[in-house]
Design a protein around this ligand. Structure first.
Ligand code: ATP
Ligand code: MG
Length: 426
């Protein structure tokens, strides 16, 4: 029979890769904590309306990328293509927005039916952060500073740059949209097909076109940033000024429009040139109308989402190695129950100690081979005679002719702990 394969664009995260994932998750979650963000976990499946209302009908995500189906009751459900809409749904549902200044973060899989390629999967993972109830520019800047701190924690700060823009307020965008359409209508035929369609549905997104002639035309288009009202302008100037004061480098890109409908005012992207075409590792912005669109009381919000696979690709390129080998491998000539007892005792006595044991049995030679292959630093040998007298041997597997040291079983845990602390092994 033919083997069953995973769905195209949906990948397994194999044991050899999960240590790097875990390490990344630890770095990012502790950075969120340093900014007083709290984790929220929402379902991966929601009523389709949660996304169509928030993200907007005329967006790539809703038009072509969502995994939508009817469940057995005939309700239309969708796998989440992004995190914000569900977090907003949850925050409204549970009254979390009554106290202003809610700061949450999330992580997990997102699903989009797009063409799989480098840096683009159908199941991918994001970290995201959302701040509610604060419309001050300082909230925008704190969120950007948080992003920058994550890059620094990961050692990636040199390869990632910041682009920002402002989309103004809703009325600004409506006015501008008309100006843009007026500018583009006479040259409609020269635009690529997608952009011609967007001219009717979502003209701002034409800025995202990769088509040469379209790009030329857009380079001379009227700019949204020149159209925005005094309040949104002042907000943007404050953001830029504070970024300067914090020493965070950025460039203003008036063509940065973001793919989702709910954004207003500040939008930003963190971009790398080290990953080819799919170079945006983190993207975000303000969404002051979103909570109201989802049925809540008007509440400003701002957030970002970062693509975990793209970050991992950068970390791999920078060859950050975070393998997690066992500290100790127990080989034995005594009955398996005795071996398990010793292993359990080690785990009990030394929290955090990673213990592997030769549960598969076999000859001493086979067990040593497995110990070597496990990557463990130390081997604990339970020989028959020694075990009878309450002793075991510790062998260093990484020295040429590994010295053996006899230790009382009572002292085994503390001796291993001392050895590992001495090595500075984590
Ligand atoms: P793009 O222009 O690359 O399609 P987007 O605007 O659709 O990006 P967002 O919805 O802003 O992306 O998602 C935030 C981040 O999530 C992206 O910057 C990227 O790092 C990551 N991301 C988005 N889609 C995918 C995908 N299909 N595969 C892997 N990562 C993705
Ligand atoms: Mg996309």
């Amino acid at each position: 029979m033919k083997n069953i394969q995973s769905i195209r664009g949906m990948h397994d995260i194999l044991p050899e890769h999960s240590p790097l994932w875990r390490w990344l998750e630890q770095q990012v979650s502790s950075t969120f904590a340093a900014y007083d963000f709290h984790e929220i976990r929402v379902p991966v499946l929601e009523k389709t309306e949660v996304f169509t209302r928030a993200i907007g009908q005329a967006t790539d995500v809703v038009e072509k990328e969502m995994y939508t189906f009817e469940d057995r009751n005939g309700d239309s459900l969708s796998l989440r293509p992004e995190g914000t809409a569900g977090v907003v749904r949850s925050a409204i549902q549970h009254g979390l927005l009554h106290t202003p200044g809610l700061k949450v973060w999330y992580q997990g899989p997102m699903f989009r039916h797009e063409r799989p390629q480098k840096g683009r999967q159908r199941q991918f993972h994001q970290f995201g952060a959302e701040v509610f109830g604060m419309d001050a520019a300082a909230a925008d800047v704190e969120l950007i500073a948080l992003g920058e701190r994550i890059w620094r924690r990961l050692g990636l700060e040199r390869g990632i740059r910041l682009e920002i823009n402002t989309l103004g307020d809703r009325e600004d965008r409506q006015r501008y949209r008309q100006r843009l359409v007026d500018y583009l209508l006479p040259v409609r035929d020269e635009l690529d097909e997608d952009s011609q369609r967007r001219l009717d549905t979502n003209p701002l997104r034409i800025f995202d076109s990769k088509h040469d002639r379209t790009r030329e035309i857009m380079a001379n288009a009227p700019r949204l940033i020149d159209e925005i009202g005094p309040e949104a302008r002042e907000h943007f100037e404050e953001v830029c000024d504070m970024l300067d004061r914090l020493g965070i480098d950025y460039s203003v890109n008036p063509g940065l429009v973001r793919g989702l409908d709910y954004y207003c005012r500040t939008v930003f992207e963190w971009i790398t040139d080290d990953l080819g075409a799919q170079g945006t590792v983190c993207a975000g912005g303000r969404y002051n109308d979103l909570v109201e669109m989802q049925g809540g009381k008007p509440t400003p919000g701002i957030g970002f989402a970062m693509g975990i696979e793209r970050l991992l690709a950068l970390l791999e390129a920078a060859s950050v190695e975070k393998s997690q080998f066992p500290h100790v491998f127990v080989v034995t000539r005594v009955p398996p129950a005795e071996m398990l007892t010793v292993a359990e005792r080690l785990r009990e006595e030394v929290p955090g100690l990673r213990v592997a044991a030769a549960v598969g049995g076999g000859s001493m030679k086979a067990q040593f081979k497995r110990a070597d292959r496990s990557g463990a630093r130390y081997c604990v040998i339970l020989g028959e005679a020694e075990y009878q007298t309450g002793q075991a041997a510790i062998k260093d597997l990484r020295t040429e002719r590994g010295e053996q040291e006899m230790v009382n079983l009572d002292a085994l845990g503390s001796r291993l702990q001392a050895l590992i602390a001495g090595e500075g092994a984590d």
